[in-house]
Design a protein around this ligand. Structure first.
Ligand code: SAH
Length: 349
């Protein structure tokens, strides 16, 4: 009879040590295996070369290593790399590596699909199938880290949770993944270099503030006027701007960490003076940075990026109000790797 083997990566380091002791082996073997599994990210017991053949066989008799597989890697003309990542149950998510002169940023997914309904986002067209587990989040980062070393001769400098899904709706797994990514026994990437991007889930922003992880927060605002925001992000009807703002005040009081706002300016939606005033009014209570993101069209009609003149008006007004503002150039458009384009066409069609 075939017995279902357990995923070894569910075990803590202590549990691995205990496993070896229970078989009359030395406890430190557990440390070695733990290092192979996390720091070195190997996906086969065969690769654990400081263990004897017998021990490797013993492990494979008891356990499996459930891991991601990079199914397809695409490179954009601008150097951006997109991985289609196959999970152990066959579902696929996408993650992206974005090189600039000084940085290499990993953009990772937190869910398969998304339960939110932002009208301008391709991922929203996929229904949410499931949350990613902590290992699946970790593996995406580890895979991009390897690619970063291979193609750009440097490790990842930053991680953003701006791939598929809403990270704060997969809260526990997000936290576990961040802890492992930042641990010296994992990838050792400082939480200061990790940004959690949320469409704005007030209750979970408060929880993240209490958690004390040390990560940065980005909020996809897109409008600071409730009626407009609800039109483009319908969940705003319940999780409205007042609630969001109060959770952000709490975030700042706890963390003293600057908040980034992501914002696309669309023609006929949020391109008026009143939109700019509302944005300034909304975010000036604490140190803030506004990232004006270029719109990446996802289908025919509906949304159109506002003109450079309007974007300039935003920049001027924000700067006059003492708010840092950057215009984020779109990357990886030719391979559908840009913000809001992650939809994993194979899965959708
Ligand atoms: N759910 C999280 C993270 C995923 S989206 C969030 O909402 O923040 C990552 C960023 O891409 C968000 O700021 C989102 O608003 C933005 N985005 C979504 N669709 C886009 C599109 N078509 N063009 C440009 N940005 C888009």
């Amino acid at each position: 009879m075939q017995v279902d083997k357990k995923d070894i990566r569910i075990l803590s380091k202590d549990e691995l040590r205990e496993f070896f002791v229970s078989l009359g082996e030395k406890a430190f073997r557990g440390n070695q295996v733990y290092e192979w599994l996390w720091k070195k990210s190997v996906y086969s017991f065969e690769d654990m070369t400081n263990l004897s053949q017998d021990l490797r066989h013993l492990l494979s008799a008891h356990f499996v290593i459930n891991h991601i597989e990079v199914d397809q890697m695409q490179r954009s003309e601008d150097g951006t790399i997109k991985n289609a990542v196959r999970l152990h149950d066959g579902l696929v998510v996408e993650s992206v590596l974005i090189p600039t002169e000084n940085r290499t940023t990993a953009c990772v997914s937190s869910q398969v699909g998304c339960s939110l309904d932002c009208k301008f986002c391709a991922t929203a067209r996929l229904k949410r199938m499931r949350n990613l587990n902590p290992d699946e989040i970790y593996d995406q980062v580890a895979a991009l880290n390897k690619e970063s070393r291979l193609y750009f001769n440097r490790p990842l400098s930053n991680i953003v949770f701006m791939g598929m899904g809403e990270p704060l709706m997969n809260y526990k797994n997000l936290v576990k993944a961040v802890e492992k990514i930042s641990s010296p026994e994992g990838l050792g990437i400082s939480p200061k270099r990790i940004t959690v991007s949320t469409s704005g889930v007030p209750k979970m922003i408060r929880q993240l503030a209490e958690e004390g992880l040390g990560v940065k927060l980005a909020v996809s605002l897109h409008s600071a006027i409730d009626s407009t925001r609800t039109r483009i992000m319908p969940f705003n009807e319940k999780l409205n701007l007042k609630e969001l703002r109060s959770s952000l005040e709490f975030w700042y009081s706890k963390t003293k960490s600057r908040i980034t706002y992501e914002y696309v300016v669309w023609e006929g939606i949020n391109d008026k003076g009143k939109d700019i005033e509302a944005l300034i009014h909304f975010c000036r209570f604490a140190p803030a940075k506004v990232n004006l993101i270029e719109y990446n069209p996802i289908d025919e009609g509906g949304f159109k990026q506002a003109s450079p003149q309007v974007v300039r008006q935003y920049v001027n007004a924000l700067e006059s109000a003492g708010i840092t503002v950057t215009i984020r150039r779109s990357r990886g458009q030719d391979i559908d790797a840009a913000c809001g384009q992650l939809a994993n066409k194979a899965q959708r069609d």
